[in-house]
Structures are given as structure tokens and as C-alpha cells.
Design a protein around this ligand. Structure first.
Ligand SMILES: NC(=O)c1ccc[n+]([C@@H]2O[C@H](COP(=O)([O-])OP(=O)(O)OC[C@H]3O[C@@H](n4cnc5c(N)ncnc54)[C@H](OP(=O)(O)O)[C@@H]3O)[C@@H](O)[C@H]2O)c1
Length: 240
């Protein structure tokens, strides 16, 4: 049987890499990072498609290539690439604000646009946008990051409704997931005192692992999740 083809952005490390490993070899993977050198592990049979999403031209070329090379068979997209620069908004350089808006929100929007065109023609498809617990709870020193993540959840809910309105097969699903505190490079930089504060707030009394998230994504992509649509799934050990 032909394997379903899935794009995973930000697949060089952290959550994206764990999701890639969880989905391989059941799915044919298109893996993204800013550049080929970012990948330190190879997933046999995967395709690489690199772009810095902070660069409008590279993002535009990425979307064109995705449609041209994989448009006839794309099954799903996991919009996972993201960046954060944690500091008070007063002291945040505009350059950092723009990078977060571009990478975390503009890029997923344009990738969703490309995917919706493809899925509309194929009459099926799944999009999973990786939001965050802070998109709902808010978090000091992550105002812009949290705003981009809240935007992704709203984007997903709206697009699910739009797909239902435009496509008669009702076979296109759009979801977001909100990981809580997951141990990756992105969270490694958080000071120990703040980590301990979070740990006390998590009913599960542990930080999440990348595999907690990867397993959820694998389920949401499967046919068994075909009735889950237009919603946001929390993976946070009870932290809210
Ligand atoms: N870790 C957590 O606790 C947590 C919690 C909630 C939500 N999330 C979200 O989950 C996603 C993955 O997080 P993570 O912790 O796995 O992050 P990570 O380990 O820092 O990995 C980030 C990924 O995004 C890519 N990326 C970074 N800047 C980019 C840019 N300018 N253009 C295109 N791609 C870029 C990176 O590619 P390069 O290697 O090439 O730089 C890398 O593949 C993010 O969207 C994050 O906001 C994480």
C-alpha cells in the first residue's frame, strides 16, 4: 500500500524530530529545517525541504516547491517550526518581534494556504498546527510568542470551518495541539528556579517528553481520529 505523505516543519530537533521518528516508516516524510546542516539524524527515505521562514522570499519558494513536488500526493502537514525570545516586551527588539511573527504565524498561515489548495483538489487532508499552553494561559516575558501561539489555535478553528464550508466531502481536518512544558532545546534555556515553579504547577509532577507529543500527533493523523476536528488538544500534564 502507498504510504501517506506528510510535511513536518522544524523537524531537525526537539518535537519535530520526535514526531518524524514516531511517524517513520509508516508515512513518507517531507522534513523541514532552516538548512540541511541542521539535521544531525537521517530518516531513511525522507525528503528534505529547507527554508528560513523569517525570510519572506525563502518561505514563498518553499510553498511553491511544496506544491510543485508534492502537491499531487500530500496527505498532511504538521506546522511545528517555531522560535521564542523570552524577555519583557519593553526590552524586545523589533527584529525579534518580527521573527516570531514570521516564523510562528506568517509561515504556518502561508503553508496552510498552500495545503488547503492541495487538499481542496484531493478532497482530503489533515493539518496540525503546533500551538502552546501559553497561547491560552499567557506567560510573562513571552507576550509575542504567546500571541503567535493563540493565533495558531484561532487559525485552526477557523480553517476547519472554512474547509467544511468549501469542500463537500468534509474530509479535511484542521487542528492545533498545545504542548505544555516539554523537555527540548527550546526549554533547556529556562532558569532552574522557574523550571521548579512550573513543576509545582503541573498535576502530573513531571515535564512532558517529546514522545508524549509525538504519540498524540500520530493518533490525530490516523483514521481513528477522523471525528476530531477544529479543536485544540492540550498535552500538558494538567498545567493550565
Ligand atoms: N518545547 C516545549 O516545551 C514547547 C511547548 C509548547 C509548544 N512548543 C512548540 O513546539 C514547536 C517545536 O518546539 P521545540 O521545543 O521542539 O523547538 P526546537 O527544539 O528549538 O526546534 C525548533 C525547530 O524549528 C526550526 N526553526 C527555528 N527557527 C526557524 C526559522 N527561522 N525558520 C524555519 N524553521 C525554524 C528549527 O530549525 P533549525 O534546527 O534549522 O534551526 C528546529 O527544527 C515550536 O513551535 C514551539 O513553539 C514547544
Amino acid at each position: 500500500m502507498e504510504r501517506r505523505k506528510i510535511l513536518i516543519t522544524g523537524a531537525s530537533k526537539g518535537l519535530g524530530l520526535a514526531i518524524s521518528k514516531r511517524l517513520s516508516p509508516d508515512y513518507e516524510l517531507i522534513l523541514h529545517a532552516t538548512k540541511k546542516e541542521s539535521f544531525t539524524e537521517t530518516i531513511p527515505g525522507s525528503h528534505l525541504l529547507c527554508a528560513d521562514f523569517a525570510d519572506d522570499e525563502q518561505l514563498s519558494d518553499f510553498c511553491k516547491l511544496l506544491k510543485k513536488e508534492h502537491g499531487e500526493s500530500l496527505y498532511a502537514v504538521v506546522n511545528n517550526a517555531g522560535v521564542t525570545f523570552d524577555k519583557p516586551l519593553n526590552f524586545q527588539p523589533e527584529r525579534e518581534i518580527d521573527t516570531m511573527l514570521r516564523v510562528n504565524l506568517r509561515a504556518p498561515i502561508l503553508i496552510c494556504k498552500t495545503a488547503m489548495k492541495i487538499f481542496g483538489l484531493l478532497n482530503r487532508g489533515v493539518i496540525i498546527n503546533v500551538s502552546s499552553v501559553v497561547g491560552e494561559s499567557g506567560n510573562a516575558f513571552q507576550s509575542v510568542y504567546a500571541a503567535t501561539k493563540a493565533g495558531l489555535a484561532a487559525l485552526s478553528r477557523s480553517l476547519a470551518q472554512e474547509a467544511a464550508a468549501l469542500n463537500e466531502t468534509h474530509n479535511i481536518r484542521v487542528l492545533s495541539i498545545s504542548p505544555g512544558f516539554i523537555e527540548t532545546e527550546m526549554t533547556a534555556a529556562i532558569p532552574q528556579a522557574i523550571k521548579e515553579k512550573y513543576l509545582n504547577m503541573i498535576p502530573a509532577k513531571r515535564f512532558g517528553s517529546v514522545n508524549d507529543v509525538a504519540a498524540t500527533v500520530a493518533f490525530l493523523l490516523s483514521d481513528e481520529a477522523s471525528y476530531i476536528n477544529g479543536t485544540n488538544i492540550h498535552i500538558n500534564g494538567g498545567l493550565l
